[in-house]
Design a protein around this ligand. Sequence first.
Ligand code: ADP
Ligand code: MG
Length: 204
Amino acid sequence: MLEDAESRRRLIETVAQAVIDHADELTALDQAIGDGDHGVNMKRGAEAVLADLDDLAAKSLPEALKGIGMALVMKVGGASGPLYGTFFMTLGKSLPEAPAAADTLAAFEAALEAVMARGKSHPGQKTMLDVLAPALETLKAEPKASPGLCAAVADAAEATVPMRAERGRASFLGERSIGHMDPGARSSALMIDTVSKTLEAAAK
Ligand code: ADP
Ligand code: MG
């Protein structure tokens, strides 16, 4: 489905634009339990990706993902930049040129593990991992873009609200981090939701 440059271009552009469109929401979440820069950070990364869109779309899918990861490491900053950068770069390194569903699952798993190693973190600590890990589990059951995946990541982001943060800036708040959605969980859910909907629409 992502064999041609045009469909890669559409996917990359749609996801970057969704991040830019939701920057204020991500910032508001980070204002509640962090330092209020998650929206600005992610928007800066998405704008860098858009600025490089022609080059990225011209690359194979694995190379494009590595390029996106590098742009995020360089531009997003904060805790999330290196973590999302690691996620996308590992996805790119792990995927063959023409991935089958099983390859996608294995690459997602490798990327998730790389983020955990980099962040010294695991699911249950109120971070992006609390969306990325359930997304992988959902994909294992149904290895396709689907409404089920969109619902699963939305529920997973919502499930970070009652959690107490144990990683990142929000952990400095201790008990006071409870009652707010984790900003990185929300940005992960947003990106997965957008990828899933764009791929589903393209498959019709
Ligand atoms: P910063 O916290 O440096 O201001 P951002 O605001 O851009 O960076 O990103 C914050 C998000 O990064 C958090 O909401 C959380 O999801 C994620 N995060 C922070 N630390 C970790 C970690 N060690 N492991 C996984 N995710 C983390
Ligand atoms: Mg922040």
